[in-house]
Write a protein that binds this ligand. Structure first.
Ligand SMILES: C[S@@+](CC[C@H](N)C(=O)[O-])C[C@H]1O[C@@H](n2cnc3c(N)ncnc32)[C@H](O)[C@@H]1O
Length: 225
């Protein structure tokens, strides 16, 4: 598939799939979107509400550029929060596509270039301790074939949109993910789709439609209470 490197409106890089007209992040700002959707409305929200504040298990659907992963790593270091981060991707980016993605100027207090490189170059399907507070596992398979055996506190659901991959937004995929959530667990996504909202309600989640990131009116956050 034809992958084009783009610079989004906040100056951060991302990738555009020309053949299917789909972006890895919002064209209004890759870093701003990831920070707003997943860090602010996922991780910070969970920290505010969950009685367990000592460690957090996160599952990310779609490792992609690694942007959500490195932002979460930064959060873990700055807040001394122990995080076990698991991410899945069936079609990882190639080396030459990763090279262009220099996010280092968006991070002040750490050597982002080295961490970013590590996130991409360490082997798949093995757990790595990247910092005493940050355990990292990237799984190279389709989410359809993944067995949800771990209990998670937060799910960052960052699949391509339902226009291009409708199968990833259906109940048969979402159900095992929701089952794997701990109490106070949070499922967060940039999507605001009605079908997803109804699925999450049917699965017993408390669902909110909250303000979306720049360029998007709403997004979904669901909590297991
Ligand atoms: C929107 S991008 C993820 C962006 C990413 N979270 C980031 O921070 O850059 C969606 C990702 O899902 C992956 N993907 C697509 N279908 C998948 C599947 N069935 N199972 C696992 N990963 C899949 C793609 O390869 C792509 O990297």
């Amino acid at each position: 598939m034809n992958k084009l490197k783009i610079i989004t409106k906040d100056g951060s890089p991302s990738i555009y799939l020309k053949d299917i007209n789909e972006y890895y992040h919002s064209k209004f700002g890759a870093v701003s979107e990831s920070k707003y959707v997943f860090i602010k409305n996922g991780l910070n929200f969970w920290k505010k509400n969950s009685p367990n504040k000592s460690s957090c298990n996160i599952f990310e659907m779609g490792f992609g550029t690694g942007l959500n992963a490195i932002l979460t790593y930064e959060h873990s270091i700055e807040n001394k929060l122990k995080i076990n981060y698991q991410t899945i991707d069936s079609n990882p980016l190639a080396k030459n596509e990763i090279k262009f993605l220099n996010y280092s100027k968006f991070f002040n207090n750490m050597n982002a270039e080295i961490i970013f490189d590590k996130l991409h170059t360490i082997p798949w399907d093995e757990t790595h301790l990247l910092d005493k507070n940050f355990n990292f596992l990237k799984i190279n398979k389709k989410i359809q074939n993944f067995n949800f055996a771990t209990k998670y506190d937060i799910v960052y659901y960052d699949a391509f949109g339902s226009r291009v991959q409708p199968e990833l937004w259906k109940e048969d995929i979402i159900k095992p993910i929701i089952k794997s959530l701990n109490n106070y667990g949070v499922f967060v996504t940039y999507s605001s789709m009605g079908e997803l909202r109804r699925t999450l309600v049917n699965l017993g989640m408390t669902v909110e439609k909250i303000d979306g990131p720049i360029g998007k009116r709403e997004m979904i956050r669901a909590t297991k209470i």
